[in-house]
Design a binder for this molecule. Structure first.
Ligand code: NOJ
Length: 562
């Protein structure tokens, strides 16, 4: 990084917009963030210690992946009790301490709302398995008789996102095979039946419970999933093997009523609680439907995440995000479900169109990566995102430039995707390895135990936070500076004005007078004189002439004295 002009981080413009416009939210995958009690698993005490670092990075909020009691079949996305904290992570008192400290540091706290499914260990599901077919207990889930002479075939042909049929058969009280239950994900995650009044009332109580503890909002897990097509009809795509989007399973019109109810509850708090959806749908129009004024505030613009490093594809995805969300989309390069950015951008880039709902094809590819190239591009992509209007979500470890860990021992892998695909797919463990804090400490400063729940590779020390903090050109320093400069030049929701770059591999736009230029190509790009960009304020790669943007890098410019 060449930092041409360093500005004070405290120059945040006064604004009347809601807090999330222009904000940066840090995604905490708690299990891998920091271990405060020495059991090899990240926890709330560890997070408490790390909050200052998140604040120092300049983040405005944290999004916590699920920390409720869970048998951890899908690491917290299988919840056994929505009103408590998993003992692996601490206690409700630890949770309250995190909220208090985060608020003291000016950081908002977002939790994860997993309402499509729970865990097979949830008391409702246990009761449903014990109860008879047709009982009120079973009506809270999707239980159905099987097909075939003996009911030995699943009730329909739906496939689980994690591979294999979306149905599992239970055994009745007499030990005979009984009905089947629906699970869009792992068999440990039974889907709720949102037609049931018990279910909607339960989730209202869950929201109130956490809002009343000071939580500022929720990220909504599989927000396009909660309601299924009436009658659970077969999906024609399954037979033809076309993959893609099963409309009977996803994005049913009834989901929108749920968010209207939640939004009106959130709005009844004086500080107005916030919702952001994880919504995988095939079109801008479908995404926009979730963002109507009485539904969610934001939904992730995954379209940008799944694009290759290609200027025109990136621009199209940005335009799509803006078209769906208006002035303040939620952007992200990475999360706990996809391969690390540095690795993705260092791999061969696949330019054929991808199905936007197919994460695996686009963001979980296996293949050799040129990490130098990937790192350059990831830094440039960070500069691109942090210049955009809206909110940027930053997955823990991205600020360290961590690559995907492909070399995890087979026996260490835990992701249900790995297990259900019998190793055909690596799954998501490689982006969830506990993050390195200190290059020369045990477990690279993650915690005091002899090992961590996923083993860290030896090479992780190179990426440790303490090392990165001491290096002027590290990814961490680039992120710190970008976030601080964003507050000054790119906060707010001023619209994008695209500039004609005369080069298909270069992207450039202005917002509120400041300019962002991203060169995705292999040749340097000289900023065009007639753009009148003012002075350079940051560049992600060293450059001799301040107005020349080297290959795979980005720079920001701002009016002089601005
Ligand atoms: C999306 C979450 O991000 C992912 O980690 C989880 O496995 C599924 N939803 C199921 O809850």
């Amino acid at each position: 990084m060449t930092l041409i002009d360093v500005l004070s981080p405290d120059e945040r413009a006064e604004s009347t917009s809601p807090w999330w416009v222009g904000a940066v939210a840090y995604q905490v995958y708690l299990r891998s963030f920091r271990d405060g009690d020495g059991d090899g698993i990240g926890d709330l005490k560890g997070l408490l210690r790390g909050l200052e670092d998140i604040a120092a990075l300049g983040c405005d909020a944290i999004w916590l992946n699920p920390c409720y009691p869970s048998p951890q079949r899908d690491h917290g996305y299988d919840i056994a009790d929505y009103f408590d904290v998993d003992p692996d992570y601490g206690t409700l008192a630890d949770f309250d301490a995190v909220v208090r400290e985060a608020h003291r540091l000016g950081i908002r706290v977002l939790m994860d709302m997993v309402a499509n499914h729970c865990s097979i260990e949830h008391e409702w599901f246990r009761a449903a398995v014990r109860a008879a077919p047709g009982s009120p207990e079973r009506a809270r889930f999707h239980f159905a008789d099987g097909r075939g002479a003996e009911g030995e075939l699943p009730p329909n042909n739906w496939q689980s996102v994690f591979g294999g049929p979306a149905w599992t058969r239970v055994t009745d009280a007499a030990g005979r095979p009984g009905q089947w239950y629906l699970h869009s994900f792992d068999s440990g995650q039974p889907d709720f039946n949102w037609e049931s009044a018990d279910v909607s009332l339960h989730f209202r109580r869950v929201l109130e419970f956490w809002f009343d503890r000071g939580v500022d909002g929720f990220r909504i897990d599989v927000g396009h999933g909660h309601v299924k097509a009436p009658g659970l009809p077969d999906w024609p795509g399954a037979e033809t093997g076309t993959g893609g989007h099963n409309h009977a399973m996803w994005d049913q019109p009834g989901v929108h009523d749920i968010y209207r109810t939640w939004r009106s509850l959130g709005d009844s708090y004086p500080e107005k609680k916030y919702f952001i959806g994880e919504i995988w749908v095939p079109s801008i129009e479908r995404l926009a439907a979730y963002l109507r004024p009485d539904e969610m505030h934001q939904a992730f613009s995954f379209d940008l995440l799944v694009q290759p490093w290609d200027a025109s594809r990136l621009r199209t995805a940005i335009d799509a995000g803006l078209a769906a969300a208006g002035s303040a989309p939620a952007w992200t390069l990475s999360n706990h479900d996809v391969h690390r950015t540095v690795t993705r951008y260092g791999q061969e880039q696949i330019l054929e169109p991808t199905d936007p709902t197919d994460m695996i094809a686009a963001a979980r590819r296996i293949g050799r990566a040129d990490l130098d190239k990937g790192t350059r591009r990831a830094a440039a992509a960070a500069a691109l995102l942090l210049a955009l209007p809206g909110t940027v979500y930053l997955y823990q470890g991205e600020e360290l430039g961590l690559p995907e860990v492909f070399d995890l021992p087979r026996e260490a892998r835990q992701d249900p995707i790995w297990i259900r695909s019998e190793g055909a797919e690596l799954g998501r463990d490689g982006c969830r390895v506990p993050i390195p804090w200190a290059a020369t400490e045990k477990n690279f400063g993650f915690g005091e135990s002899d090992s961590s729940w996923l083993p860290q590779p030896e090479w992780f020390g190179r990426y440790a936070r303490d090392r990165a903090a001491a290096q002027p050109n590290s990814m961490l320093r680039i992120y710190e500076q970008l976030i601080s400069l964003r507050r000054r030049f790119f906060a707010g929701d001023a619209p994008i004005v695209w500039l004609d770059t005369e080069r298909p591999d270069v992207l450039a736009f202005q917002r509120a007078g400041a300019t962002c230029v991203v060169n995705t190509g292999a040749q340097p790009f000289a900023v065009l004189a007639h753009w009148q960009t003012g002075a350079p304020v940051i560049a992600t790669a060293a450059t001799e002439a301040e107005t020349v943007i080297p290959r795979d890098s980005a720079a920001w410019f701002a009016p002089r004295g601005g």
